[in-house]
Design a protein around this ligand. Structure first.
Ligand code: IMP
Length: 466
């Protein structure tokens, strides 16, 4: 084994460009953090999405109004900055237009939205394929929350067509990019070939009631949507690198999260993109060395939607209380989220691969009222105890969490605005997270509103070693 240290790297700060990325399984509260950072005019010239699609859901509360964003970057709510959908995103144009119209109807100016011509399009057959694959997998008698070795259960996808759209991107010949929506003849001839192929796959998978896709009708609809989107379609790689050369600042907004990253998450129970900060380069064309500040967003506990292993999952009254206090129901699908104690082993790995230079801890207020708090600091596996995250979802499903227990706090903290005013046990809890992960916690969320945030000038704290 190499001399690699499990201590998360402390990179020298180069604050020009910033990334905000979830370090768990999504829904960490990235939207609020992005909105807080970008909400001050002039701080960021562009807010950029680089991965995922309408599977993501960001709730942002501004002046008491809740906005649920799926494809549009949270930066749309920030006056004076561009909101860019980068080439790494898979775009469902119907949903994008719905979202734009919804925002406009609520008085939000959407003229700053820019869409990459290189982004791939989620087509109607992708959504059908996503649903059908899930149904076929669901028919297998496997419990996705604890899959046994060598048997794949349903992924529990959002059924937004994300996986099939990324699969076609990698297949190349069967992909449609946003730029293709502007070339009717090319689009039609591609769709003739693609629909022929897809229809035969649907016939084979579902011979009784195969879905049939009509190339002509789809080409016409996509052409219409393309005409509507045309003014915002640009070469965003040049746009973003141009901003960089002019000395402007960019905020990269992650969607989904590091534990759902197709390479580094709990594979195969992941999404289909590089949802850690590693996706920024390929998903925007901006090279990674331009980003000096990476804010890893982490809930004070764990949640997950969909299938796949989650070592600290709880199925008791503690889970119910956390779910209720944290309003843990999906923004995109409304599904109740699976809930558990914080998993520091997974978190430290996520902080390492995402290059987190600081942590944004969210939802600490949800943990008020417990006598004790538990933190997973190692796994018991059939091969023995380990403090390392496991690279395989099936292996992880067999790991048992080993906990450290700390005293809880009973006071409500939603009104607290300074670290020193937090109850002592809450401070110790935060400090334990940063000492284990080796990255300072710079902000602490104590409620959903932009203002319910504690800013902290922390330096770290020795990181633990595996
Ligand atoms: P897909 O991205 O729809 O293919 O879903 C793959 C897995 O990622 C499923 O377990 C989803 O529930 C999960 N997932 C995708 N996006 C998010 C998100 O933004 N938050 C939480 N879970 C997500």
């Amino acid at each position: 084994m190499s001399q690699f240290s499990d201590q998360a790297p402390q990179r020298p700060p180069n604050p020009r460009h910033t990334a905000v990325v979830g370090l768990q399984w999504g829904d960490e509260g990235k939207g609020k953090l992005v909105d807080r950072l970008a909400g001050t005019p002039g701080v960021f010239d562009a807010v950029v999405r680089y991965n995922g699609g309408a599977n993501a859901g960001h709730s942002v509360v501004v002046e008491g109004v809740r906005y649920a964003l799926h494809l549009v970057p949270s930066g749309i709510l920030a006056p004076g900055s561009l909101a860019v959908i980068g080439n790494g995103v898979v775009v469902d144009p119907e949903r994008l237009i719905e979202e734009i119209d919804g925002l406009s109807a609520r008085g939000v100016d959407t003229s700053s939205l820019v869409l990459s011509s290189r982004a791939h399009v989620v087509m109607p057959y992708h959504k059908a394929e996503d649903g059908l694959r899930e149904e076929l997998l669901q028919a297998s008698p496997v419990d996705a929350s604890s899959p046994s070795k060598n048997v794949i259960a349903a992924i529990g996808t959002t059924r937004r067509g994300i996986g099939p759209a990324y699969a076609d991107k990698v297949q190349r010949a069967t992909a449609i990019r946003v730029g293709d929506m502007l070339r009717p003849e090319l689009l039609r001839s591609k769709l003739d070939m693609i629909c022929g192929l897809k229809n035969s796959v649907f016939r084979a998978l579902h011979p009784d009631e195969p879905e049939v896709f009509d190339a002509g009708a789809i080409a016409e609809r996509m052409g219409e949507l393309g005409r509507r989107l045309r003014p915002m379609i640009k070469d965003t790689a040049y746009l973003l690198n141009g901003l960089d050369q002019e000395g402007k600042t960019i905020l990269f907004e992650g969607a989904n999260a590091t534990m759902l990253d197709v390479d580094h998450g709990t594979f195969p129970y992941v999404t289909s993109s590089n949802a850690s900060s590693l996706g920024i380069g390929p998903g925007t064309g901006v090279p990674p060395q331009k980003i000096g500040r990476v804010i890893g967003v982490v809930k004070a506990y764990s949640t997950r939607v969909g299938g796949g292993p989650m070592p600290t999952e709880l199925h008791d009254a503690t889970a119910d209380r956390i779910r209720e206090r944290g309003r843990e129901f999906g923004t995109t699908t409304g599904r109740p989220r699976r809930v558990g104690w914080i998993d520091l082993v997974a978190l430290r790995y996520a902080a390492i691969v995402s290059g987190a230079t600081e942590l944004g801890l969210t939802l600490l207020d949800v943990l008020a009222g417990f006598d004790e708090l538990r933190l997973c600091t190692a796994y018991a596996t059939p091969e023995g105890r380990t403090e390392r995250f496991l690279p395989d979802g099936f292996e992880l499903a067999e790991a048992e969490p080993i906990y450290e227990t700390m005293p809880g706090f009973c006071e409500e903290i939603t009104g607290v605005r300074s670290f020193d005013d937090l109850p002592g046990p809450a401070c110790r809890y935060v400090e334990r997270i940063e000492s284990f992960v080796g990255v300072p916690v710079r902000t602490i969320g104590v409620g959903p509103d932009r203002e319910q945030t504690i800013e902290r000038d922390a330096t770290v704290a020795a990181g633990g070693l595996a």
